[in-house]
Write a protein that binds this ligand. Structure first.
Ligand code: ADP
Length: 244
């Protein structure tokens, strides 16, 4: 539990930092943009046009406007990212969401001679949750299982319902190489990856962690070197807004 708390507060801190930076940068950008506009107007004045530095001055104004525009786009993307993190909940039948999502990876799975085995509970209740975000998490976990196996292996996806907690669970088990303790300790850290440059960003599991946390769920795993890895996600049947 302690580890979970540390991890979710790390991600929350990262999100807040990004939103905070975006807002803080926006204000000075607005001032620079306004002053650049004033300088551009000056370029129309006869005495400025007559100045020996007119050309240089004009080029400088172009550069300022161009780079303010660039910085503005970065800020816009950061704010958009923060907003996309907010869940949009609907009634979902989780088995359907999983089946639809795995279809994206059908070719890859066949190409690598991996068997995808389904053990889906048929009496699941619908849950109030965000389908797109669950898809993103499931894709991350499936992709990791595929990468771990590389070629020739099995991935088992199972679902079920837990009465006591009123939660639906999804588990994704692979018979890949598993993870040693050192890797296990760090997998949810942003930017931690054991994959080659260009193949892994190290963001999949940290993003998955914060998504599941926001949806009021729990993500955990069990892994043993030489045997494989199992990730389990628990999601509440009813959506409750998490208070920070
Ligand atoms: P990325 O996939 O870009 O490396 P992730 O955050 O999704 O980033 O995963 C971090 C690391 O966790 C991976 O690089 C890998 O070492 C380990 N990992 C994740 N899933 C598995 C798995 N199913 N089997 C073995 N290792 C895994």
């Amino acid at each position: 539990l302690n580890e979970e708390l540390i991890q979710s507060s790390k991600m929350a801190a990262l999100g807040k930092l990004a939103a905070g930076v975006a807002h803080e940068v926006n204000n000075p950008l607005a001032v620079i943009r306004e002053k650049a506009g004033w300088m551009r107007d000056l370029l129309e004045e006869e005495d400025v046009k007559a100045s020996p530095n007119f050309q240089e001055f004009g080029d400088a104004v172009d550069k300022i406007e161009h780079h303010v525009e660039r910085a503005g786009k970065v800020v816009h993307r950061m704010l958009g990212f923060a907003r996309r993190m907010e869940p949009v909940c609907n009634d979902l039948y989780i088995n359907d969401v999983l089946k639809q999502t795995s279809a994206f990876l059908d070719n890859e799975i066949r190409f690598r001679n991996i068997q995808l085995i389904w053990e889906l509970a048929q009496d699941l209740p619908t849950i109030q949750s965000d389908a797109a975000q669950i898809q993103q998490v499931f894709l991350n976990l499936l992709n990791n299982a595929i990468d771990a196996i590389d070629r020739n292996g099995n991935i088992t996806v199972s679902t079920g319902y837990e009465d006591e907690s009123d939660m639906v669970h999804i588990s994704i088990r692979d018979d890949g190489p598993g993870m040693d303790k050192e890797v296990q300790r760090r997998i949810f850290d942003p930017f931690f990856t054991t994959k080659r440059v260009g193949e892994g960003t190290g963001l999949g599991l940290s993003i998955s962690y914060s998504i599941i946390n926001k949806l009021g769920g729990i993500i955990r795993f069990d892994s043993e070197v030489g045997h494989g890895t199992e990730f389990t996600i628990l999601l509440p049947v009813k959506h409750h807004d998490r208070k920070e």
